[in-house]
Design a protein around this ligand. Sequence first.
Ligand code: IPE
Ligand code: IPE
Ligand code: MG
Length: 237
Amino acid sequence: MSQQRILPEHIGIIMDGNGRWAKKRGKPRMEGHRAGAKNFRVITRYCNKIGIKVLTVYAFSTENWRRPSEEVNALMRLFYDYLVEALRDFREENIRTRFIGDVSAFHPKLQKLIAETEELSADKTGLVLNIAMNYGGRAEMITAMRSIAADCAEGRLTADQIDEELFSSRLYTAGQPDPDLIIRPSGEYRTSNFLLWQSAYSEYVFMDDILWPDFTTDDLERAIDIYSARNRRYGGV
Ligand code: IPE
Ligand code: IPE
Ligand code: MG
């Protein structure tokens, strides 16, 4: 008897393996990042098409600043060029783009594009796309704690009012469902600081036979099938 397939509402993707993809081809790492950015658009459109509600992609972590400055600078340029294109192309798509992470660290020009992208797509009713840039789960939780502490200090909140719901509402993902499925290609079996709070009961699918630029819609379907066959118990029986 074949079971009905369950579609995740919220998918998270750690878009990893760009550098290794380029290395395998004897190309500079940036070629991998460019190929990865291109693929990101394909996968995003596909998620919208099949009815995924929320897609969160990890594009740049709070730790990625540790990379050589040439790579960081080139990545910033890539983000900029990408957003210019996205502003043009995504107009026709029913996708709402949001950014999660501390975007105030980016160049003012990039910040302006980020704000424009969010504004222009704010009324879209299809897929909600969260692009995690200068995102870290720990930094996100510290930001939430600071805002709660400030409210306590000002007398707007008392300690006993702090619960999971309140904490969730102070995160970048406020109001969104937690990720059901988190996919990481490239063979690394770790979270690397992605959605730490939100992933408490996420199903992880680590795919060690594929690097992000090569990740196809078939690979996404494969991950969804694996997810769909899992038994989510949330601590119950
Ligand atoms: C992921 O690819 C993209 C970013 C972190 C910006 P990597 O650059 O981490 O690729 P690998 O892990 O070196 O192959
Ligand atoms: C995680 O990948 C961040 C992104 C994909 C944007 P990393 O390549 O930075 O993670 P580590 O260093 O292998 O843990
Ligand atoms: Mg990596």
